[in-house]
Structure formats: C-alpha cells, structure tokens
Write a protein that binds this ligand. Sequence first.
Ligand code: GLY
Length: 397
Amino acid sequence: MKMRIVALIFLVAFLGCSSPKQKETFSVEKARNTLDFAAVQYRNFVAAMPDTIEPRTFQGDTMVYAGIKWWTSGFYPGSLWYLYEHTGDDFFKKEADKRTRRLEPIQYVTNDHDVGFMLYCSYGNGLRLTGNQEYVDVMITGARSLATRYNPVVGSIRSWDHNRDKWDFPVIVDNMMNLELLIWAAEKSGDEFLRDLSIQHAYTTLENHYRSDYSSYHVVDYNPETGEINQKNTHQGFSDESAWARGQAWGLYGFAMMHRVTGEQEFLDHAIKIADFLLDHPRLPEDKIPYWDFDSPDIPNTYRDVSAASIISSALLDLSTMVEGSQSEKYFGAAETMLASLSSEPYLASEGENGNFILKHSVGHLPGNSEVDVPLTYADYYFLEALHRYIDLKEKI
Ligand code: GLY
C-alpha cells in the first residue's frame, strides 16, 4: 500500500512537470484589472507631475521631461483621456483637459510632421469623449499647418527639417500616423485637399518604403524638385536594410487605420502583408514582444521594445475587424497574446515604481544611445488604447 502511494506521488509529480506550460491567457476581466491598475499608477503620476512640462521617460531613478514641442507631448494627455473613459472619474477628465490645452500652440507648428500625433491623441480623444467643440478649431488649424509640409511633386509630407546636410526631403514611415488627424479634419471642414494629400502620402509610402518581404525602410529621402529618391536608410534602426520594430509597428497601424478611414482596399491588403511579415517572423519571440529591431545581430541577447508591441497589439485588433474567419482570429489571437504578456511580468510595472509609468522595457533610439530599456509615454498610450479596443471587441461577440 505504502509503495502504491509513493508511486502515485511520483506519477503526479512527473505529469505536473511534463505537461506543457500553460500559455498566458487573457480575458475582459484581466483587461479591466490592468486598466484599474493603470488608473492607480496614473493618479500617482498626476500627483508627481509639475504643471509646466510634459513627461518623457524615467531613467535610472530620474524622471525625464520634455517641452510641448517634443513629438510625444500628446500621449500623456491621451492616456489620461483613456483612463477617464475607463473610470468615468472627473479627476482624470479635469487633468486630461488641462494637459490637452497646454498643447494649444502646437496647432501653429509647421516645422515638424508630428503635429498629428500631438493633437489627435490629446484633443482627438478629448473631442471623442466630451464633444467639447472648443477642441475642434485647434485640430483643424493643426491639420492645415501639417498640410503645409506636403510636396505634390514628391507626393508626401516632409517629416523632419533637422539633419539638412544628410537629407533633402526625408519621409519616415512613422509619418503614416499623422494622417488620421488630416482625414478627420477633411471630413469636419469639407476641405478635400487634406484628404487627397493623405491618400497620396499613403500610396507614396506604400510604393517607396516597403521591401518585397513587406518590411519597411525607416527613412526615404527625396529630391523635392523632381520627386526622385535620393536614398533609403535608417535613423533609429540597426541598419539601413534592417526591420526596425517600431517602424514596422507604425506602418501596420498606419495602413490599417487608413483603410478604416478611407475604405481603400489597397491599404487593407498592405496592412495584412505587414501583419503577416511580423507575426510569421522567425525572430518574433513566443510572448510576441518584439526585439527592438528584427535584424539585430544580438538577438536573443538584446532589448525588447514594448512600445512596438503596444502599437502592434492595438493595430492588430483594428485589423481583426477588417477581415474574417481564421485571418481575423489570427490577428485577434496574436493581439491577445501580446496583451497578456504586457499585463504581466516582466513588462508591467508594480505600483509606485517605474516613475509611475505603466509599462517597462521600451527602446526609443538605441543607435543614439537614448531611451534604452525604459518606460515611454507612447508605450502606455497604445497599450491603454489596445485594452479598450480588446474589451469593446470582446463585448460585441
Ligand atoms: N516617431 C519617432 C519614434 O517612433 O521614435
């Protein structure tokens, strides 16, 4: 009898060890719990934030700030709007409104393309949730300022004015993200030019930024007089020919979004190709949080980029609504795995740590040795957006 019990204990122990490791699961309840945690974290964030500057990252044990003209200034107010949406608490509404209004001067910025990021994430979410018409004029003026950077010969909006010794008319794949503000402004104002230039910009990007495997170059530099391509290279990726993870994320999100807002079939077809490049990539880890560059020679001994994962997860949820059957399940399931990973160790912060940011382990600009393995405002923003999208989609089923 005693021998039998000992054998049974061994058998149970053996089965326990040899059964396949349970895959991280996710659910609406877990998404809500993560949003609850995010709200706690951001209450502390608000309490610690000076009124006169915007958060950028947290490095070592130091908070790093930026002025409103830094490209990320819209994400913190945007995150506060998502937390207002989740909690319904006026605390977040008041703070989001205050932080949004700080960006009013951005509507006049004409020397940089990131006006779309800055105003659509802040004012755009504020308008969506409150209907406050005071936000509308700022967004339309901002869209018109951004449109001044469009060159019809190139068929693109110029991204940067810096590094003029290196580039004549640089366009980065990230610029796809600025188009949502323009399409919204076209609809609101009736100015068809804003819509036309956005569609043209997306087609030019589709044509010139993408390789035959549907990975993207980071920077395409044009001759502004002839529209010819001078060079294709990188700024933040491992090499000119590599697939920088966040660039792939911006492209995926941008083309899915452009299909959603224009209905153009080619943008959907392209988003699908990008999604498949990413999800079928042999160097995408099992938890689906990408390394900072798919072609880093240091994989697996290099950094993940949580910001890329946040953006991709949100984009995949969007894309999953545009296709059907097993294709939709593929994109939804991959996003779900990403959200499960991001909602747990080692990516999710603990209360009070990480400068009160929600997510750890993003990479801003590794070749520039800047913002490496840190929290970033846009990782948090797209994570919150993805959690909302996930709950909305699950509750529709
Ligand atoms: N748009 C700049 C970046 O992704 O770092």
